[in-house]
Design a protein around this ligand. Sequence first.
Ligand code: FAD
Length: 471
Amino acid sequence: NPTLLWLRRDLRLSDHPALRAAVARGGPVIPVMIRDDQMHGLGAAPKWRLGLGIEAMGRALAEKGSRLILRSGQAAEVLSALVEETGAGAVYWTRAYDPESIARDRGVKETLVAAGVEAQSHAGHLLFEPWEVETGQGSYYKVYTPYWNAVKSRDVAAPLTAPAEITAPAHWPESEDLDDWALGAAMQRGAAVCLPHQHVGEATAQGRLGAFMAQGIAEYRARRDLPGEAGTSGLSENLSLGEISIRQCWHAAMRARQEGAAGAETWAKELVWREFAYHLIYHTPRLASGNWREEWDGFPWREAGDSPEVMAWKQGRTGVEFVDAAMREMYVTGKMHNRARMVVASYLTKHLLTHWRVGQRWFEEHLSDWDVASNALGWQWVAGSGPDAAPFFRVFNPDTQAEKFDKGGAYRRAWIAEGQDAPPDTALAYFEAIPQSWNLSASRRYPDSPIVGLKEGRQAALAAYEARKPG
Ligand code: FAD
């Protein structure tokens, strides 16, 4: 009898343990994707990007003589109905680790098992299962460096190849139409601008990894912090949707290290930041939605997401060039350089004394590489409320950051058109990418001065911290 392969954030054929297990079980495999509440609840950009990924996965499966069946509804109900329709004896999927997915998947498993259907979750999203990495005291890790030391020399099994064949069922169940899912509906006019900046699908991701290993990794250590250069892999959107496996990236890094590539270990450490984020969200689910250090509850952060200052931050019009360049980069590309993410997050949570959740939500709407664990950890790391976080009183000065990491101003010029005689297309694209409701396209005048001065903002943040030191 057939196996249902329930796909979620694992849109690839190679190094896919659940797929390999489904094939090994024998009989037909029916890949299915479900538009459930979780998918409905995604932010505009990640939902749109997911749609592109689903389309690519459908094509990749078709090339193997298989299909991707699309259904809408509660996962447990949809899968039960499909079991009924197809006579499937098993449902396999790749494990997820955030609280919402865990609750859903647990319910699905109970429903299927109660109906006598084999239900199996498989590894595949991470290098190390969160419960397999423990401190000497049998607890989970709260600090990155000891976590890294605990995992850096572990054996990681070699990636699996794609199955040579995926047996099709004699009759395919009905599928909904991806166009009807309208996953890009909330993107408004930004989608056309954003599209050329996406690197969709497994084949593209493989190509990017190959190119990064051939050229980028050797200089990664030196260039990774320069937002004006393409010094990083750009694989986050693919890792987020599982279009490439983390295990394959890890093995590529280890090979490069053996061959003496200078940046290989640094890159491997970044891959492990992603692991650490999942380790933490699994062991402390509150990471996703509230202060990880509960003593930060009650810190006088402003909660409003629509004050003039916060709107200026969102729109890339604070008058602080590095911050504005970064926010505009996100509008146009769906991504933002890591150094810039740290700087804009610091400006919001410190200079503008605004709750990190406001920024977390804005990123969740606009990042095509949105990742539930890395986004939450990133925000809480900068805000100071997270595990192993930067202390609150370490306030990034965006101008100093720009002098250091964007010396010639290439990054700021790439994204801020105002004041340039012949602005590059990237900078002009911002005016195409933003919603019309902002009414900005007419007034292409850059703010004369920062909405909150760097010195005043820093002093106010430190005063707030002194007045109510958490803990
Ligand atoms: P590379 O430098 O090539 O690194 C390779 C991979 O390692 C990345 O693709 C990513 O999977 C992982 N990685 C690198 N840095 C980090 C990090 N600091 N934390 C966790 N994983 C990391 N990353 C996301 O994937 N999605 C998010 O939603 C996200 N939100 C963030 C929010 C804030 C406030 C901050 C400070 C960071 C956030 N990051 C997020 C982490 C990081 O900025 C991106 O992973 C990185 O910029 C992606 O670029 P790249 O693929 O070229 O990375």
